[in-house]
Design a protein around this ligand. Structure first.
Ligand SMILES: Nc1nc2c(ncn2[C@@H]2O[C@H](COP(=O)(O)OP(=O)(O)OP(=O)(O)O)[C@@H](O)[C@H]2O)c(=O)[nH]1
Ligand SMILES: [Mg+2]
Length: 257
C-alpha cells in the first residue's frame, strides 16, 4: 500500500500531529485493555502521539479507540481488513509515522495487553535521547524480570533469545522484547527492508540496526503476563519465527544471500 497517496482516506484521526514520540499500539481483540492503556499513556503527560493498528478485531477494539479519539486529539487509528500479523502491523506503523508532515523523533512500540508498563516509556526515550538507535526494554538484563509466565513460555523465550544471540551477536540479553524505543533515523533506514510477518520483527529490527552500526542498548523492565484477553501467539506465529531463524542460519552459512 502507498501510505503517501492513501493516507487521509485510510487513517482516522488528525494527521497534524507533532509530538516528540510516537507510540505504536498493535491490537487484535484488546477491548478489555485498550481504553485503560490509552488513558494511562495520556495521563503521563509526555510529549506523545498514539497510533493504534487494529486488524478489524471482531470484539470491537477499534470502536473503543474511536471513543478515545473523542477524548484526546493525539490518537491515530489505522484499521486493516484482517488479522495480518504483529510484524506487518509495526512496519505499517513505521510507514505511517514516516509519512506525516511532522514525524516524531522517536517511536515506541509496546503491547496493548498491559504486559508493558506505560510508566517505562519515558525511561526508554531518555536512553534513546543520549544517542541510541534502538533501546530495548529488557526482561533479561540485570534488573529486568517476568511476572506470571508459565515454565513452557519461559523456556521458549529463553531458547529464542539464545538462538538469536548466536545468529546476531548484538551483545544484548533480550532480542524478543516488544517494548522498545527506535530513533527515527533508524526507522527511516530500515523500514523498506523489513519483511517480517509476525513476532520475528523483533529480531529482524535488531539485526538491521546492528548491520547499519546503530547503537542497540537495553534498559531493564518488568514484563507482566496479560491478565485480560487471549494470547495471539499461535503455532503459525511460532512457525513464522522458526523459519526466520532458519533463514538466518542458512544466510550465515552462505547458502542464501
Ligand atoms: N494488529 C495486530 N496486532 C496484533 C496481532 N497479533 C498480536 N497483536 C497485538 O500485539 C500485541 C502482542 O500480542 P500478544 O497476544 O500479547 O502476544 P504475546 O505478548 O506474545 O502473548 P501473551 O503471552 O498473550 O502476552 C498485543 O497488543 C496484541 O493485541 C496481529 O496480527 N495484528
Ligand atoms: Mg502479550
Amino acid at each position: 500500500m502507498s501510505f503517501e497517496t492513501n493516507l487521509s482516506e485510510s487513517i482516522e484521526g488528525n494527521l497534524d500531529i507533532s509530538a516528540e514520540t510516537g507510540v505504536i499500539l498493535p491490537t487484535y481483540c484488546e477491548t478489555q485493555n485498550i481504553e485503560k492503556l490509552i488513558d494511562e499513556i495520556e495521563n503521563l503527560s509526555l510529549n506523545t502521539s498514539i497510533l493504534v493498528i487494529d486488524d478489524s478485531s471482531p470484539d470491537g477494539t477499534s470502536d473503543i479507540v474511536r471513543k478515545c479519539q473523542k477524548k484526546y486529539n493525539n490518537i491515530l487509528l489505522f484499521v486493516r481488513p484482517k488479522k495480518s500479523g504483529l510484524g506487518t502491523a509495526i512496519t505499517d506503523g513505521f510507514k505511517i509515522f514516516l509519512s506525516v508532515k511532522n514525524p516524531p523523533k522517536y517511536i515506541v512500540t509496546m503491547d496493548a495487553d498491559y504486559s508493558h508498563n506505560p510508566k517505562d516509556i519515558s525511561r526508554l526515550v531518555s536512553v534513546a535521547r543520549v544517542g541510541s538507535g534502538l533501546v530495548i526494554g529488557s526482561r533479561y538484563c540485570k534488573g529486568g524480570s517476568i511476572v506470571n509466565w508459565n515454565p513452557l513460555r519461559l523456556v521458549i523465550s529463553r531458547i529464542a533469545n539464545i538462538v538469536a544471540s548466536l545468529m546476531i551477536g548484538a551483545k544484548i540479553h533480550d532480542y524478543t522484547s516488544g517494548f522498545r524505543c527506535y530513533s527515527m533515523s533508524l526507522v527511516r533506514k530500515i523500514t523498506n527492508d523489513l519483511h517480517s510477518q509476525t513476532y520475528e520483527i523483533q529480531i529482524e529490527t535488531i539485526r538491521l540496526a546492528s548491520r547499519r552500526l546503530y547503537k542497540v542498548m537495553e534498559t531493564p523492565m518488568t514484563f507482566v503476563n496479560r491478565k485480560k484477553g487471549k494470547s495471539k501467539l499461535t503455532s503459525n506465529e511460532i512457525k513464522g519465527f522458526l523459519s526466520y531463524i532458519l533463514k538466518l542460519k542458512l544466510e550465515k552459512k552462505g547458502k542464501i544471500s
